[in-house]
Design a protein around this ligand. Structure first.
Ligand code: G6P
Length: 371
């Protein structure tokens, strides 16, 4: 087993380092002669063109990838997207018809609730596209189209490289749909694809600069709780950061949209409480950046210890942060690729500092095939 871990103490740490490759391998071969291509495609061009509503269904981290994907799909296609936990979707009465595309995201391809959501969608004549990391698993087998993530086998129970690969895949689905519906020209698709293709190098840069994250982890390892604040695509990143900390370090952790602070979460702030803030880009999202600056000032005034994940050179973030973690500037829709990585490492480091096995967190399973 030690050899399989390739010198790492845990598979999870190895898998975090494998993320540039996971994203690159997921993108590879999907832009051919200016066309986005899926792996399996049993829908005709007309069926894709006719899609007028998208539901993304998933569980756990895969659900967070869906929340990030929603922003890209709507932006590129102008088709409304709902993202729903599979366990909620399948037990209500969602409005589906033959023009609905259900995108099922599952690393394992065997999660019971996601599989049943797929089966339900098909009874309603909706089309189903699976994003899956496991060749030939049940969910892709029962879908009309498939885009495989190529993260390779993921052993750590908490998803890391599969999650980043899922973001790449769902963004490719957005481009495929934009292409089918004609909402993006060929050269625009090429440009978006090129931006995605530049991401693995940026992830590699983040992986080279983790000392600040490790230092923060040591500082906050004994805290009782940690809050995570984000906006726009930073909000699902906040949810994912909180989930990782719960799963691995057994700490109370919650992610909130920063705009909701005054509607509740700010009541939780007390002296010394660590709050992780995913700062929007000052150039990409100046309005949100400014609002987040005010949010940080508010929580600091109430005693929070602020850990700010910000774009390199963000002076506002620097002036507000008790601990600053810088990530390279990338297009806004792609920022989750770089902002998630420090949060994975933060959770893994805290868990190790507390003496836990990060590959096998208590009570959790890698895939939940029974309800
Ligand atoms: C479990 C795993 C998570 C995963 C979730 C969904 O909770 O521990 O890492 O995100 O299931 O699994 P799936 O295989 O459907 O992506």
């Amino acid at each position: 087993a030690a050899a399989e871990k390739g010198g790492y103490d845990y598979f999870m740490l190895k898998e975090i380092d494998e993320q540039p490759g996971a994203v690159a391998d997921t993108l590879r071969g999907h832009l051919l002669n200016g066309q986005i291509v899926l792996d399996e495609q049993r829908l005709d061009a007309q069926e894709l063109r006719d899609v007028d509503k998208v539901f993304v269904v998933a569980c756990g981290s895969s659900f967070h990838a869906g929340l990030i994907g929603k922003q890209a799909i709507e932006h590129w296609t102008r088709v409304p997207v709902e993202v729903e936990l599979a366990s909620e979707f399948r037990y209500r009465d969602p409005v589906l018809d033959r023009q609905t595309l259900v995108v099922a995201i599952s690393q394992s391809g065997e999660t019971a609730d996601t599989l049943e959501a797929v089966r339900y969608a098909r009874t309603q004549r909706a089309k189903v596209l699976a994003i899956c990391n496991t060749n030939g698993a049940q969910i892709p087998r029962e879908s009309d189209a498939v885009l495989y993530t190529h993260a390779g086998p993921e052993i750590g129970v908490a998803s890391t490289k599969a999650f980043l690969a899922q973001i790449a895949a769902v963004e490719l689905v957005g481009l495929a749909l934009a292409q089918a519906r004609g909402t993006k020209y060929v050269d625009e698709i090429q440009r978006e694809f090129d931006a995605l293709a530049a991401i693995p190098d940026q992830i590699a840069r983040v992986l080279e600069q983790l000392d600040a994250v490790r230092a923060v982890a040591r500082e906050i390892a004994t805290s009782k709780a940690v809050l995570f604040l984000g906006r726009h695509v930073g909000y699902p990143v906040a949810l994912e950061g909180a989930l990782k900390l719960k799963e691995l370090a057994y700490m109370h952790a919650e992610g909130f949209p920063a705009g909701e602070l005054k509607h509740g979460p700010i009541a939780l702030i007390e002296d010394g409480l660590p709050v992780v803030v995913i700062m929007p880009s000052p150039i990409g999202r100046p309005v949100l950046h400014q609002k987040m600056g005010s949010n940080i000032a508010e929580i600091k005034a109430r005693g929070a210890r602020t850990i700010v994940i910000a774009e390199e050179g963000d002076l506002v973030a620097r002036s507000h942060a008790d601990y600053l973690i810088e990530v390279p500037a990338v297009p806004t829709l792609l920022t989750p690729f770089v902002t998630t990585v420090p949060l994975q490492v933060l959770a893994a480091e805290i868990a190790q500092a507390r003496g836990y096995d990060v590959d096998k967190p208590r009570n959790l399973a890698k895939s939940v095939t029974v309800e």
